[in-house]
Design a protein around this ligand. Structure first.
Ligand SMILES: Nc1ncnc2c1ncn2[C@@H]1O[C@H](COP(=O)(O)OP(=O)(O)OP(=O)(O)O)[C@@H](O)[C@H]1O
Length: 288
């Protein structure tokens, strides 16, 4: 049986008024994407391309001008759809005088949790995001990396089936980023569906099953990581135990063909980073 989609964004358009002349412009322009349950989808694009707006429409924080967003079949504009979602915003804000446990309790109560269930979930999450050593310190003294981990823990408080992460590693050093990446992979293995955007393309490549590239509100490329990073006009033959003699024979055969060219052994793959930069160059864009 086919798995149901966790996320369905269909012809989403979001218009805002520009600060210049108050003209309407399309921050998100006819975006459609689906994320299967348990998949990780990465949305990449330059600053101001519409990533956060797409995410906010999905979780019901902004109302679509046109189109629709569904989470596990429920329309995002309905409050009930949010029961299954955990969200890490781009710049999470926490009360500085609280500790991480107090903060997580606060968010848990907002989600209707209480008592022993809440206390044990808070302990579990503090351990999951490795903040046990800082659990009695005020959040005001936390580093950016620690704050992002509080943000992730907050997003996970009600054991969401869908996790929406807007720049989960923003401002975090490479080591901290790696820890967050490992956490995302752990959640993926537990079956959580993840929709994330990030400027760290290598990380996107490491954790995502599907990737969409967005420019000026439009998805310009989308597909599985394999589809996007495979070089189309090359073919790969994998041989086990081939002798030099056999390889020479194959090379000679290839040389007899006017169209074909022997390039190398192994499959050449592009990287997401190169794909992204090439797409940007083709469109003559730089970041805003
Ligand atoms: N509330 C708003 N009112 C007016 N314009 C907005 C609003 N929110 C976003 N925008 C504009 O919409 C466009 C898309 O913004 P969005 O935050 O979705 O981009 P982004 O891809 O997430 O960028 P970044 O990578 O910098 O976070 C930008 O031009 C932004 O200035």
């Amino acid at each position: 049986m086919e798995k149901a989609n966790a996320v369905e964004i269909s012809h989403l358009v979001k218009c805002y008024r520009s600060s210049f002349k108050r003209r309407l412009f399309r921050a998100v322009d006819d975006v459609s994407l689906q994320i299967g349950e348990g998949e990780v989808y990465g949305l990449i694009g330059p600053n101001g391309s519409g990533k956060s707006t797409t995410m906010k429409a999905l979780i019901g924080l902004v109302t679509p001008t046109e189109g629709s967003c569904k989470v596990f079949g429920a329309e995002s504009i309905k409050v009930d759809s949010r029961r299954e979602i955990g969200f890490l915003p781009e710049n999470p804000y926490f009360y500085k005088h609280q500790t991480v446990a107090e903060t997580l309790k606060f968010y848990g109560k907002l989600c209707g949790m209480h008592g022993k269930e809440l206390t044990s979930r808070v302990d579990e999450l503090i351990e999951l995001v490795s903040l046990e050593n800082a659990r009695n310190r005020r959040i005001g003294g936390y580093s950016k990396g620690m704050l992002q981990r509080v943000g992730l823990a907050q997003a996970l408080i009600q054991k969401p089936r869908l996790l929406v992460l807007d720049e989960p590693t923003a401002g975090v050093d490479p080591l901290g980023s790696r820890e967050i990446r490992d956490l995302i992979l752990k959640l993926k293995h537990e079956g959580v569906t993840i929709f994330l955007c990030s400027h760290l393309l290598e990380q996107v490549q490491e954790v995502c099953d599907q990737v969409g590239i967005i420019f000026e509100g439009k998805i310009v490329q989308q597909g599985t990581l394999k589809e996007l990073t495979t070089v189309d006009d090359h073919d790969e033959i994998i041989l086990k135990g081939a002798s030099e003699e056999l390889l020479t024979k194959i090379k000679q055969l290839v040389q007899q063909d006017a169209a074909a060219e022997w390039v190398s052994h192994g499959k050449p793959k592009t990287t997401l980073e190169r794909l992204f930069i090439e797409t940007a160059r083709k469109r003559g864009k730089s970041s805003k």
